[in-house]
Design a protein around this ligand. Structure first.
Ligand SMILES: [Zn+2]
Length: 395
């Protein structure tokens, strides 16, 4: 099975708009027919009146820093979940409960932001970086071909260094081997410090148990510049319909796969408009990325078309750039260790506008398919009408 997502009947879980939760996608067919009304969607997010005493809830302790509410609250709330939710993945249960809790407590979000600021401050004041040149753009980060394409800043120059294995997925040589090496050693140094100080750190998102948020230990400015100077110009050209020209915030982290680490990553969408994913090394086998088409919130569970199914093998230093809503996952890293740098780029403008839109056929594969089908039916009906008129003798 390629995905860690439970494929039994699942309710539509809301995708989180804050924090750094991934949206979970399931390849299972849509359970319901037709469109769900907003009300019905809300209706589905309910708890049972009586606790299910026999259900043993999961622990959410490891997510303490990234949750708006106490992990214990989630564990106790879990017993009140509807029956069909009790045995889905922890990720789905968490999303379901967060959505319910946030409806009642907008202050929860403010408290989370404040706690996070204090957390970051505490790390930055105490952690001694190993390679200071990484935190500024002094080091030689990029390969010459990438620098040249960015300097020229045209669609042709970008295309000249890119390979597009499937529409909307761009891969290109990006990082110098030396830079990858230094960044890997900095991350290791940070993790050693965390371990020695027994510091409790936030993991990059709700799906990865290993890895670290680069923004939390001093890389915020460097990554901001990386997004502005290097990813924005490309996104403006290739992803304008999902806010590619108005990217204004980011979430940067590294994830680690292999033995004693996360092995694979289930099928999901990112909480980003545009995602940059660069392999940093080290030696590994397996760990391919698989993609399954771009989908809007409503169609995140819909089936993939054969042409949307594509696999990509990581090469150290090489980047993959795709829309956050491009459903994907990572196959098992079967040996060695694989570390990837992820930069989730977001656009607040796009997110605001999206609230008022219903048709995402500019980028959602399923909206597109439905639109074409409606047009086909309309043309068919018109033809039939014309044919009938021609058959009728005019009086
Ligand atoms: Zn759609």
């Amino acid at each position: 099975m390629e995905a860690s997502v439970d494929r039994r009947k699942q309710p539509h879980a809301p995708t989180a708009g804050n924090g750094n939760a991934n949206g979970v996608a399931s390849a299972a067919e849509e359970e319901e027919e037709g469109e769900l009304e907003e009300e019905e969607e809300e209706e589905k997010l309910r708890l049972r009146l009586r606790a299910n005493e026999n259900h043993k809830p999961e622990s959410y302790e490891d997510l303490q820093m990234q949750l708006e509410f106490s992990p214990l609250l989630f564990s106790s709330l879990e017993q009140y979940l509807p029956f069909n939710m009790l045995h889905v993945s922890r990720e789905l249960k968490l999303q379901y409960m967060r959505h319910i809790l946030l409806r009642y407590s907008p202050e929860g979000e403010r408290a989370r932001v404040k706690r996070h600021k204090e957390y970051r401050q505490k790390i930055i004041l105490n952690y001694q970086p190993l390679h200071r040149e990484l935190y500024t753009h002094e080091a030689n980060f990029f390969v010459p071909s990438f620098l040249k394409a960015i300097a020229e800043n045209t669609e042709e120059s970008f295309r000249s260094i890119m390979f597009e294995p499937s529409p909307g997925i761009y891969t290109f040589e990006m990082l110098q081997p030396r830079f990858c090496e230094l960044l890997l050693s900095e991350v290791e140094n940070f993790e050693r410090w965390v371990h020695e100080k027994k510091f409790r750190i936030m993991r990059p998102n709700t799906m990865n148990r290993y890895g670290a948020v680069l923004d939390d230990f001093g890389f915020e400015t460097m990554l901001e510049k990386l997004m502005e100077g290097f990813i924005c110009p490309i996104s403006r050209v290739f992803f304008p319909e999902v806010g590619g020209s108005t990217l204004d915030s980011h979430h940067g982290f590294v994830v680690e796969y292999g033995v004693n680490r996360d092995v694979e990553l289930g099928f999901h969408v990112d909480d980003s408009e545009v995602t940059l994913n660069v392999c940093l090394g080290k030696q590994f086998s397996g760990g391919d990325l698989f993609f399954r088409g771009v989908r809007c919130d409503e169609h995140v569970h819909s089936e993939s078309q054969p042409e949307e199914i594509i696999d990509y093998s990581h090469v150290p230093g090489r980047a993959v750039l795709h829309r956050g809503r491009h459903r994907h996952g990572a196959r098992a890293t079967t040996s060695g260790q694989r570390v990837n740098l992820l930069l989730w780029c977001r656009s607040s403008v796009f997110r605001e506008l999206k609230k008022y839109q219903k048709d995402f056929s500019k980028w959602c594969g399923e909206c597109q398919r439905e639109k074409k089908e409606r047009q086909r039916l309309a043309v068919g009906a018109t033809k039939l009408e014309l044919f009938k008129r021609l058959q009728k003798p005019t009086s």
